[in-house]
Design a protein around this ligand. Structure first.
Ligand SMILES: [Zn+2]
Length: 441
């Protein structure tokens, strides 16, 4: 495909740390880990206890393997710490007057949990996002319209700080008021967007409905995040075709902003290895898996001040490639983005399937709309064991594709049985923020 962004005049290395040798990267990480452990022992009530209980002095860290003597940190630890010392919890590691920002988790599974940033942390965050922006080719002269939500969500402000630093003119637009988004985009000649893949697709479709072709706008670079999307080949292709623009995966979570971002070569997001130390572990045994093997991503802050986390379980399944990228950057890449949530993995008659793999099949079949819903209920569970014998899948088929065709394609590609139901056009919810497409009953 000949995308509008082909020339990418600004696609350059923002920071020389992005091209250091692997040996240097790892040596720097080990030093930074040592420093961070020392900082935690002195400033974090939670980790002072953890280190004490493990009998681990910060100076004990001689290799990356030593880090595995320490327990992983999960959401439950955070929730417990806030319950013990509300509202800040025991992870906060900087004086209250040094905290400059608090963001909260979405609170879908537990009460919203706070995360903190000092001025140093905010500057670091902005710089890392500027690095991503520049790697996509965004710089002075670009008009960046940020379609991530701002209220109670970490994405909007984070991306805006970074793109601003990279030199773009920023429009903090949020993810509402489609009409105004389109008008602004055309009047101000927006060249770069970011948002969730769901909203970017939704907006493009709304434009088509109004007789405006998104591919004819000046938008040529789209960063997506907040849900898997750019990592799903058919979804990336859908966005790139709809907008005739390059689609770049950005990956982070509330606790780690950001973790990885894609360069113009789009071979998986480069991990910010000077900001996070990443372990890819077998979800069952918690032992490291080699590059190329899917595993759970566990991340440790290397220089965070306000509330650093040690061995944070993201629950995201990823595949790492540490060979240099064609762009020249040496920071390892997460190939194919986030493959799925460890919790969302479906095991259907012994076959591991992530919802993203089903999305890829749905979006590569002609005649279907982009929305779909996977429903797991008793009709697809074995009565005795509760194990899955198949999935239920709801799709819309404006092009007249039959349920049998969809089921056959799922069987062919993923080797699982799907009970496919064609629902009326527009019946499935359109996601404007984060899509919820896996429903368990
Ligand atoms: Zn690259």
């Amino acid at each position: 495909m000949n995308l509008k962004m082909a020339e990418a005049p600004h696609a350059s290395v923002w920071d020389e740390v992005e091209v250091r040798s692997r040996d240097r990267i790892e040596a720097d990480q080990l030093c930074a880990l040592s420093r961070q452990l020392d900082y935690l022992a002195r400033h974090s009530l939670h980790y002072a206890d953890v280190l004490g209980e493990a009998g681990f002095a910060p100076g004990d860290l001689g290799s990356f393997d030593d880090l595995r003597r320490l327990p992983m940190t999960g959401k439950a630890d955070f929730v417990a710490s806030v319950a013990e010392a509300p509202p800040m919890g025991r992870f906060v590691a900087a004086p209250r007057e040094d905290l400059r920002r608090i963001h909260f988790s979405s609170g879908t599974t537990a009460a919203p949990m706070p995360q903190f940033w000092t001025q140093f942390d905010l500057d670091r965050w902005a710089d890392l996002y500027a690095r991503n922006a520049r790697a996509q080719g965004v710089g002075p002269g670009d008009v960046f319209q940020c379609l991530f939500t701002y209220a109670w969500f970490v994405g909007g402000l984070g991306a805006t700080m970074g793109y601003q630093r990279a030199g773009a003119t920023c429009i903090p637009a949020g993810s509402q008021d489609t009409e105004r988004q389109i008008r602004t985009m055309r009047e101000f000649g927006t060249t770069a967007l970011c948002g969730t893949p769901s909203f970017i697709i939704h907006l493009g479709e709304e434009m088509l409905r109004r007789g405006i072709d998104p591919a004819e706008t000046r938008v040529d670079k789209i960063m997506v995040g907040g849900e898997p999307g750019a990592g799903v080949p058919a979804t990336r292709k859908r966005i790139e075709t709809l907008w005739n623009a390059g689609c770049f995966d950005a990956y982070g979570c509330l606790e780690f902003q950001p973790i990885a971002g894609e360069c113009a070569h789009r071979q998986g997001g480069h991990i910010a290895e000077d900001f996070v130390y990443a372990e890819i572990l077998d979800p069952e045994t918690h032992m490291p898996v080699p590059d190329g093997t899917p595993g759970m991503l566990v991340v440790t802050h290397l220089d965070k001040q306000a509330g650093p986390l040690l061995r944070w379980k993201t629950n995201d399944i990823v595949v790492r490639d540490s060979t240099p990228c064609s762009c020249g950057r040496t920071h390892a890449r997460l190939v194919g983005g986030v493959r799925g949530r460890a919790d969302d993995m479906l095991i259907v008659r012994g076959i591991n399937v992530f919802p993203s793999a089903i999305e890829d099949v749905v979006r590569s079949i002609g005649g279907l709309a982009d929305e779909y819903q996977i429903v797991i209920d008793d009709t697809v569970r074995e009565t005795e064991t509760g194990m899955l014998k198949g999935i239920r899948l709801k799709v819309e088929a404006p092009g007249g594709t039959s349920a049998d065709t969809v089921a056959a394609e799922i069987k062919r590609v993923l080797n699982i049985r799907a009970h496919v139901e064609i629902v009326p056009d527009g019946a499935l919810p359109r996601a404007t923020h984060k899509a919820q497409r896996l429903i368990r009953h």
